[in-house]
Write a protein that binds this ligand. Structure first.
Ligand SMILES: Nc1ncnc2c1ncn2[C@@H]1O[C@H](COP(=O)(O)OP(=O)(O)OP(=O)(O)O)[C@@H](O)[C@H]1O
Length: 475
C-alpha cells in the first residue's frame, strides 16, 4: 500500500500557508497549498490527498461547508480544521462534520505538525472506512476564547457522540453546569431529560430518596410513591454537582447503580432499570478526598473517565470583556431597558479584578449595574461598592504609577492634549488632602509632611480652589 504522506493546506492567508507548508515539508510531509476551498475542490477530481488542513473563514466556500462536502465524498480523508475565531459552535460543528482535529489559531507550528502526523497515521490505518456522521445545528452558548476554554470546547466536541462519564472540575461559578448542559445538548441523548442536582444543597437524610425515589410509606412523610432523579433522567443525563459532598452511604449506592444499571427505590424491593449518563462536578480535589478516606476510590475511578477542567475567571481574563458585554445585554433584555456600555477604563478595571465568585459574580455585577448605574455609559464609580472597596484594599500602594500610565494612554487615545495640566492638579490635590487628613487639618504640619513651606501650601490650596486657601487661622 502506498504510504499516506500528502497533505493539502487550504487558507486564504498566505503567511499561514507558507508557514505550514515549510513546517510540514521540514517534517518530510509532501504539502500542497490552496488559497481557497473552491480551488482545492476543483483539484479533487484529479488528485486526492491523504489529509487536509483547512481554515474555517475564507472567501468562497468556507471551511465547514468544505468539510461537509469532502466528508461526504471522501470520508476517509482526515481533515484538520483551523480557525482564528474559535468558539463552541465551530469546534462542535467541525467534529460533527467529521473533522479529525480542531486547531484554534494561533497555533504552535510543532503542534500543527504533530496533529498532521497523527492524521496521516490515522489515514494509513483507516483508508477505506467511513462514519458518515452529519453536521448538526448548534447554538453558541458558552463564551470563551482563552486557550483553556478552547480545550473545554474541544472536549465537548470530541465527546459529542459518546455516552462516556465525565468529571468536571472547577471553582464555584466557573460554568460547570453550563458545560455539563452543553455536553448533554451535543450528545445523542439531547432529546431526553437533563437533570441537575447539587449534592451540597440537599439535606443528607433526604439524598437517597431524592436520587432514587421512594415507595409509599418508606418513611414518615412518604405519603405516595415518588420517582427519584435517576428515574427522571432515564435516557438522558444526570448532572451531579458538588459530588465531593455526597455522603459515604450514597456513594456506595451510586457505585452500585453505575455498575449494575439498576437500583431500588427507598423502601422498595423491585429493581428499577435505568439508562443514565452521569456527569459529575466538583470544586474540590477528589484525589485529596480519596486520600483522606472521604470519597470512595472505586467511585472516583468510575467517575473520572474523562476529566474537564474549567479555569477560574482570573485565569482567563481575556474573556472578561466579552462575557461582561454578553451579561449586560442579557440583563438589559430581561429588564427591558437599554444595554449599559462599559467605558474603556471600567472594562480595564473589570479585567484586573480577582473575581473570586468567577463568572457568576461577573454576571451578578452586570445585573447590578444594569439596575443601578445612572447613565448609559458605566464609569468606575458606578460599580457596586464592594468591587470598589476591593480595589482600595487590594491595590498595592505602588499601583498608582501603573494607573497613571494607563490613564495617560487612554487620555492620549481619546485625543487629550496638555496632560500635565490635567494630571498635576489632581495629583497635588490628592497628596494635600491626604496630608491634611493625616494632621487633622493642621496646615503647618501638613506642609512639613509634603516637603513645602507653609506659604506654598496656602498658595496651592488657593490655586486648587481647596478649603483653607483663604489662609484662615488654624491651631
Ligand atoms: N463561559 C460562559 N459563557 C456564558 N455564560 C457563562 C459562562 N460561564 C458561566 N456562565 C454563566 O454563569 C453562571 C454560573 O455558571 P454555572 O452555574 O454553570 O457555574 P458552576 O460552576 O456550575 O457553579 P456552582 O459550582 O456554584 O454550581 C450561569 O448563569 C452561567 O450561565
Amino acid at each position: 500500500m502506498q504510504k499516506s504522506n500528502r497533505v493539502w493546506i487550504i487558507d486564504d492567508d498566505r503567511s499561514i500557508r507558507w508557514v505550514l507548508e515549510k513546517a510540514l515539508q521540514g517534517a518530510g510531509i509532501e504539502a500542497r497549498a490552496f488559497d481557497s476551498g473552491d480551488s482545492a475542490i476543483s483539484q479533487l477530481g484529479r488528485d486526492v490527498p491523504d489529509a487536509i488542513i483547512s481554515d474555517i473563514r475564507m472567501p468562497g466556500i468556507d471551511g465547514l461547508a468544505l468539510l461537509k462536502d469532502l466528508h461526504a465524498q471522501h470520508p476517509d480523508i482526515p481533515i484538520i480544521i483551523m480557525t482564528a475565531h474559535s468558539d463552541l459552535d465551530s469546534a462542535v460543528a467541525a467534529y460533527q462534520g467529521g473533522a479529525f482535529e480542531y486547531l484554534p489559531k494561533p497555533f504552535d507550528v510543532d503542534e500543527a505538525v504533530a496533529v498532521t502526523q497523527r492524521a496521516l497515521a490515522h489515514a494509513q490505518e483507516q483508508k477505506s472506512e467511513s462514519d458518515g456522521s452529519e453536521a448538526v445545528e448548534v447554538n453558541t452558548e458558552i463564551i470563551g476564547e482563552a486557550p483553556a476554554m478552547q480545550e473545554v470546547f474541544r472536549a465537548i466536541g470530541r465527546l459529542s457522540q459518546s455516552n462516556i462519564t465525565v468529571l468536571i472540575n472547577g471553582q464555584s461559578g466557573t460554568g460547570k453546569e453550563l458545560v455539563a448542559h452543553a455536553l448533554h445538548r451535543h450528545s445523542p441523548r439531547r432529546e431526553e431529560p437533563f437533570i441537575a442536582l447539587n449534592m451540597a444543597a440537599i439535606p443528607k437524610d433526604l439524598m437517597e430518596s431524592e436520587l432514587f425515589g421512594h415507595e409509599k410509606g418508606a418513611f414518615t412523610g412518604a405519603a405516595a410513591q415518588r420517582q427519584g432523579r435517576f428515574e427522571q433522567a432515564n435516557g438522558g443525563t444526570l448532572f451531579l454537582d458538588e459530588i465531593g459532598d455526597m455522603p459515604a452511604e450514597t456513594q456506595t449506592r451510586l457505585l452500585r447503580v453505575l455498575a449494575d444499571g439498576e437500583f431500588y427505590r427507598v423502601g422498595g424491593h423491585t429493581p428499577v432499570k435505568v439508562d443514565v449518563r452521569i456527569i459529575a462536578a466538583t470544586h474540590q480535589n477528589l484525589e485529596n478526598l480519596v486520600a483522606d478516606g472521604r470519597f470512595r476510590e472505586d467511585l472516583f475511578h468510575r467517575l473520572n473517565v474523562i476529566r474537564i477542567h474549567i479555569p477560574k475567571l482570573a485565569d482567563r481574563r481575556e474573556d472578561i470583556p466579552k462575557l461582561a458585554k454578553f451579561f449586560l445585554q442579557k440583563a438589559a433584555g430581561e429588564l427591558d431597558v437599554d444595554t449599559k456600555i462599559l467605558l474603556p477604563e471600567t472594562e480595564e478595571f473589570f479585567c484586573a479584578l480577582a473575581w473570586p465568585g468567577n463568572v457568576r459574580q461577573l454576571e451578578n455585577t452586570c445585573r447590578w449595574i444594569t439596575v443601578m448605574a445612572s447613565g448609559r455609559e458605566v464609569h468606575i464609580e458606578d460599580l457596586p461598592p464592594e468591587l470598589l472597596h476591593h480595589k482600595e484594599d487590594n491595590a498595592p500602594a505602588d499601583d498608582w504609577e501603573k494607573a497613571l500610565r494607563h490613564w495617560a494612554d487612554q487620555a492620549l487615545a481619546r485625543g487629550h492634549h496638555q496632560l500635565l495640566s490635567e494630571a498635576v492638579p489632581t495629583f497635588e490635590r490628592a497628596l494635600i488632602e491626604t496630608a491634611l487628613k493625616y494632621t487633622a487639618g493642621r496646615k503647618r504640619d501638613a506642609a512639613n509632611l509634603l516637603g513645602w513651606g507653609r506659604n506654598t501650601l496656602t498658595r496651592k490650596l488657593k490655586e486648587l480652589d481647596m478649603a483653607g486657601g483663604d489662609d484662615s487661622a488654624e491651631p
